[in-house]
Ligand binder design. Structure first.
Ligand code: PLP
Length: 393
């Protein structure tokens, strides 16, 4: 007898993946340039030249046995030292290499962190709309997922709803900013209020409530501050990834950072090591660890996404669509023109516009548009959006 839960997860692919596969099929039927695929968050700009140079240099100069061999389970000490120094320099938060655990990207960082802290009966709060895999990761770790919707006017946190959702079983809240799918960045004011509320609730229930900062889009912010959560709230664990900042999603590299301000920080880090071990997530890819060590602080040219955001956001709002103004990431969250976002996406398909309905993000009536494409693809799609809105007028 197989695990029914795993069978179910493996049989049904995510809505995003389904649309992505449909796009491939459609391209082969009618041609690449006729399909407008806004489904998946795959970076469209190349990794910086320094990444390619580092790979070439490491492959030609470093002893291949060491280069491709196992590092420590938690990651190479030299690389973790560089990351800790970067965190200190960039955010002014104390960080040591013994608080960094190298991972295969944010997905692994989140899974490990959740498994490190969850006990039966625990609840994890997510702020909707949210990255759909949070449900899979949290439930596999044994937690009950508790969904709190953000305010519709600006997609910042609805504190009234959050405060009534936190209870004695709340173990953690996952915060993702810049956000997938809205592109919204949580403001300093929001983060300060969140820290105050969590501190108050910790006191009320006499327990630790973790803030899990899911940070794959940290560097994809367009002229706004992205507050560093450990600087605001002591019990923050950072789940970082280089997938988007360095355009390396297929290479699977990131880290977990357990700051010393976290209650029983050394024990939490030890539990992270235990969770990594039990999940088989030890020794993240060695070559990529060394590449990161050589490219700390670098980012892909995110001005390309900012330009896309400007063109797309302005064009869609001029046409009459209602779109949340994104300050980061590479997603637009647009109100569907009918209550059922799935029906709206089906209509959009007639114009070869492939959009993701918001239901799987825990929020109804919207679509996610991933604009990590080139500018020409975006401008070519605009007449199709124009035709779609006309259908509703
Ligand atoms: N968290 C969010 C909000 C994401 O959007 C993604 C990927 O798109 C991930 C986590 C997983 O990132 P990674 O590729 O680093 O595993």
């Amino acid at each position: 007898m197989l695990s029914q839960k795993m069978l179910e997860l493996g049989t049904k692919s995510s809505v995003i993946r389904e649309i992505f596969e449909y796009a491939k099929k459609r391209r082969s039927e009618i041609g690449d340039d006729k399909v407008f695929d806004f489904s998946i968050g795959n970076p469209s700009i190349p990794a910086p030249q320094s990444v390619t140079d580092a790979i070439m240099r490491l492959c030609s100069e470093k002893d291949p046995v060491a280069l491709h061999g196992y590092t420590s389970a938690v990651g190479d000490l030299g690389v973790r030292t560089k990351i800790a120094d970067y965190i200190k320099g960039q955010f002014g938060v104390e960080a040591k290499p013994t608080q960094i655990y190298m991972t295969c990207g944010a997905a692994a960082s989140l899974t490990i962190t959740l498994n490190a802290i969850i006990n039966p009966g625990d609840e994890v709060i997510v702020l909707a709309p949210f990255f759909p895999e949070y449900r899979v990761f949290a439930e596999k770790a044994g937690a009950k997922l508790c969904v709190v919707k953000c305010r519709e006017e600006d997609f910042q946190i609805d504190f009234e709803a959050l405060q009534s959702a936190i209870n004695e079983n709340t173990k953690a809240i996952i915060v993702n900013s810049p956000n997938n799918p809205t592109g919204v960045v949580f403001s300093r004011d929001t983060v300060e209020k969140l820290a105050d509320l969590l501190n108050e609730k910790q006191k009320q229930f006499g327990k630790t409530i973790f803030l899990i900062a899911d940070e794959p889009y940290r560097e994809l912010a367009y002229g706004v501050e992205v507050p560093y959560l450990p600087a605001f709230y002591d019990n923050t664990v950072v789940c970082y990834s280089y997938s988007k900042s360095l355009s390396l999603p297929g290479e699977r590299i990131g880290y977990i950072f357990v700051p010393s301000t976290v209650c029983e920080s050394a024990k939490v880090y030890a539990a992270v090591c235990g969770a990594g071990r039990s999940l088989g997530f030890v020794c993240a890819p060695s070559l990529l660890q060394y590449v990161i060590g050589e490219c700390i602080g670098e980012t892909s040219d995110v001005s390309v996404y900012q330009k896309n955001r400007d063109i797309f956001y302005n064009a869609l709002t001029d046409m009459g669509y209602k779109v949340a103004k994104p300050d980061g990431a590479f997603y637009l969250f647009m109100k569907a023109l009918e209550a059922d976002a799935n029906a709206f996406c089906e209509k959009a398909k007639k114009y070869e516009l492939l959009l993701v309905p918001s239901d799987s993000f825990g929020y109804e009536g919207y679509v996610r548009i991933a604009y990590c494409l080139n500018e020409e693809q975006i401008t070519r799609a605009l007449p199709a959006f124009e035709a779609l809105i006309k259908e509703y007028k």
